[in-house]
Design a protein around this ligand. Structure first.
Ligand code: SF4
Length: 453
């Protein structure tokens, strides 16, 4: 089946940074990941889920006509004011569907810029995890609305770095080091932590520009507090040739409470004072399963091994290359017939890469598919909570003016991903937070563009 748009769907123009993924919907091949149980849907979304679950199969021939019933009227209703966004990890299904309806699919950096760079888009609907939608909201213009198709889609790395966990420790660090402390917040953080970075004169970073951002922070002679991914922090330090002894990792945040004191760090305050970079202890469960032995196995098999830098530093060192989601996808699309790759990143991404590579004679395996390995190379389960009924329901409810407030994303919202409930700041607090978080995002953009990255 060709990836044709519905003939009555309006055309939209997207920023030049968004490139088509090249993914196509194939006749007869199921387009949907594992169905969610009905009771996982918000009440407003259940009618769509019931219809969807009752469809006889998940092939494009069955799902697309059902989806068109809801999506096409919404596209016609909002016209060029509507922008759909999705992240690469969203199963091939939503990625392909969002592109089919003229949406943009990319990594978190490119997605973050889409509201700001497309001011004509008034209604922005994202199928991804919450921090990504919130970053779009931080950078959005006042007339733009940002919605997430499922508010229960949270990033587990970010969920181990909630503001109530990080801020008490950041306050102690600021008390001790004052202006000498600078916070670098990975994109996988809430707006509240991005604002913390802005307050300290710091910056946001992504997996593709983290080394430029950390280099910029070091050039200022600052002590760096890197949140939340300890592995990305270690990998960046490795790339920059920093002494591993200059890093101090805080414990797994699941193991301590808000009462953690700086005196409790390994080596005490002396070790803390000596550290050049302090790492928050969070991690991504999807990427930490990758081991150097897996890299060695596929290298012996004659493959080029590429990994995402949320993987442990020993694995990244052993691989032939590492980089962001866009870097990995470009490597797949640039591969030549006969090339053989092993890729260590999110499972849905690799499954799509494998299918697309096979069409061009490129043989791709998932890094974790090593005989005898217990690590399955799983997908990002929380990201996948944005499924076709959520996309159909979100757009239909928006068109009817009945979208639930729980799906509206405002800067500074603190979300409970279990219940989907959000704690919202007052307007004045939100404006203050947006200004601080924007500062950190703008510092990232300036550093990245100056580096030509
Ligand atoms: S793959 Fe990991 S880091 Fe990325 S969104 Fe999912 S849980 Fe978060």
């Amino acid at each position: 089946m060709s990836p044709d748009r519905p003939s009555n769907a309006p055309s939209t123009s997207l920023s030049s940074e968004v490139r088509p993924t090249g993914l196509t919907l194939e006749t007869g091949i199921p387009i949907c990941q594992t169905d969610l149980p009905l009771d996982w849907y918000q009440e407003e979304f259940r009618p769509y889920a019931e219809e969807y679950l009752a469809l006889p199969d998940r092939t494009p021939e069955t799902v697309l006509p059902w989806l068109d019933r809801y999506v096409v009227p919404a596209i016609e209703h909002f016209g060029d004011e509507l922008l759909l966004l999705a992240h690469f990890y969203m199963g091939g299904e939503i990625v392909k569907l969002v592109e089919r309806y003229h949406g943009a699919v990319s990594d978190s950096y490119v997605l973050a810029l889409q509201a700001e760079r497309n001011p004509e888009k008034r209604v922005i609907v994202e199928s991804a995890v919450h921090f990504m939608a919130e970053t779009v909201a931080v950078l959005s213009h006042p007339h733009q609305e940002v919605w997430i198709t499922n508010p229960k889609a949270g990033c587990t790395m970010e969920m181990l770095a909630k503001d109530h966990m990080v801020l008490p420790i950041a306050d102690q660090l600021i008390d001790r080091y004052g202006d000498d402390l600078l916070v670098v917040a990975y994109m996988n953080t809430s707006g509240r932590l991005k604002a913390l970075a802005g307050r300290t004169g710091g910056a946001v970073c992504t997996s593709s520009n983290a080394q430029h951002v950390v280099r910029w922070a070091r050039e200022q002679g600052k002590k760096i507090f890197f949140v939340p991914d300890q592995h990305l922090g270690r990998n960046v330090a490795d790339q920059l040739g920093m002494d591993p002894a200059s890093l101090l990792a805080l414990p797994d945040p699941g193991t301590f409470s808000g009462s953690y004191r700086l005196e409790d760090v390994d080596g005490g305050l002396k070790a803390l004072d000596a550290a050049e970079m302090i790492l928050w202890g969070s991690f991504c469960g999807v990427h930490t399963v990758f081991k150097p032995e897996m890299v060695e196995y596929w290298k012996r098999d004659g493959r080029t091994v590429l990994v995402h830098p949320e993987s442990p530093v020993e694995t990244v060192r052993a691989a032939d290359g590492s980089g962001s989601t866009n870097f990995l996808w470009k490597a797949v699309m640039d591969a030549k017939p006969g090339d053989r790759l092993a890729i260590g990143t999110e499972g849905h991404f690799v499954r799509n890469a494998r299918v697309e590579g096979a069409k061009r004679g490129v043989d791709i395996v998932h890094l974790a598919e090593v005989p005898g390995s217990l690590a399955a190379g799983c997908g990002c389960a929380t990201m996948s909570r944005n499924d076709p009924p959520h996309l159909a329901g979100m757009l239909d409810l928006l068109r009817r003016g009945e979208a639930p407030e729980a799906n509206r994303v405002l800067a500074g919202d603190s979300v409970d991903e279990i219940s989907g409930r959000r704690d919202r700041l007052s307007e004045a607090e939100r404006e203050e937070l947006k200004a601080e978080a924007r500062l950190a995002l703008e510092n990232m953009i300036t550093v990245t563009e100056r580096a030509g990255a």
